[in-house]
Write a protein that binds this ligand. Structure first.
Ligand SMILES: [Zn+2]
Length: 340
């Protein structure tokens, strides 16, 4: 199963996990930061220890330790590459950055730099479209090899339907840079405006021609979140440029709609992502009898979370196409051309 980008037949599509978060605290001078309090600190400590890193990594050179860990996990998995995501700061609608809000900032240069160094990493940048320099930053990231642009609208305070962003979306469409947009509830990053998680707000970038991937297919993250899954599924009929990722859906909270993503009209628009470092837990799928006991036990024991996430999905019936489909959306041809 273990493969490598370089060894694979050129015509064979690469297997890509298109939703992996970069994490860092700016220790090495990247300009990024991590600010955790209350239960978010406990959650981060739990995640770090689960990954086999010491709890003290949160205070040290977290970026380097985390990137090394990821590199090892990709190499020891059945994936050729992962899209590594930057994380933008919260901004007011007038474009003022709000350093006082949010829990982390991972600058675009961190993921662009890592993608230059390692072919296993592809850069997913993050730009608030209200920024006064948003278009310049978009051009800079395109030139530096970004494969997609990620936003968490409810956490970063982005209203995708704001007409002032037309030029920004049109430019993304022109260069075929997809938008990976968080949809549905969120519990690992603080919420600024929950209403902005509605996938219907994505109509405007879709109408501007942007390829949009709705992260988590609009599913709810907690008991009191609104579930937008059917709203998102309805939009698939209207917009051929709309997709959904099944990241963080092998979990206790979001797995309710995972099997719905195998429905004929939906499966063709699904791409695979893990949402690492969000923990991969197949327990609820087992309680619901979606997985046989021995299958659950075998897969839950896998040490590599990227591989564990994929194998649970494979056992539920997701095909290899789900892991390779995103290759056609990420403008990899343009990036390879430039590298030649
Ligand atoms: Zn995510």
């Amino acid at each position: 199963m273990i493969s490598n980008f370089a060894d694979r037949n050129e015509r064979q599509p690469a297997r890509i996990d298109m939703h992996v978060h970069m994490v860092g605290n700016g220790w090495g001078g990247s300009g990024g930061w991590l600010r955790l309090s209350g239960w978010h600190r406990r959650l981060a400590g739990f995640m770090v220890r689960q990954l086999g890193m010491p709890g003290s990594a949160l205070e040290g050179d977290l970026e380097t330790l985390y990137a090394e860990l990821l590199l090892r996990l990709v190499r020891e998995s059945s994936f050729d590459a992962i899209v590594l995501l930057a994380h933008e700061r919260v901004h007011d609608p007038d474009g003022t950055p709000r350093e006082d809000l949010g829990s982390m900032f991972v600058p675009n240069d961190v993921v662009l730099g890592l993608a230059k160094k390692h072919r296993e990493f592809l850069a997913g940048v993050s730009i608030h479209p209200a920024r006064s320099d948003a278009l310049d930053e978009l051009e800079r990231c395109i030139a530096a090899g970004a494969v997609l642009m990620k936003c968490l609208p409810n956490c970063q305070n982005i209203d995708f339907s704001d007409r002032r962003y037309r030029r920004f979306w049109e430019r993304m469409a022109e260069v075929r840079l997809p938008l990976l947009a968080h949809t549905g509830g969120e519990h690992t990053v603080p919420i600024i405006n929950a209403a902005l998680a509605d996938p219907k707000l994505l109509r405007f970038p879709l109408e501007c021609g942007v390829t949009v991937i709705a992260a988590h297919c609009g599913t709810s993250s907690g008991l009191f979140d609104r579930d937008y899954f059917e709203d998102w599924a309805m939009m698939l009929r209207e917009f051929p440029n709309l997709y959904g990722d099944i990241s963080a859906m092998v979990s206790l909270n979001r797995c309710g709609h995972l099997l719905d993503c195998l429905r004929d009209e939906i499966a063709l628009r699904i791409v695979h992502g893990s949402d690492f470092p969000v923990p991969v837990l197949g327990h609820r799928l087992r309680w619901q009898r979606s997985l046989a006991r021995h299958t659950f036990r075998r897969i839950q024991k896998l040490q590599n979370p990227l591989e564990r996430d994929w194998q649970f999905k494979e056992a539920l019936g997701f095909t290899d196409e789900i892991a390779t489909r995103v290759t056609g959306l990420l403008r990899l041809d343009l990036i390879r051309e430039r590298a030649l």
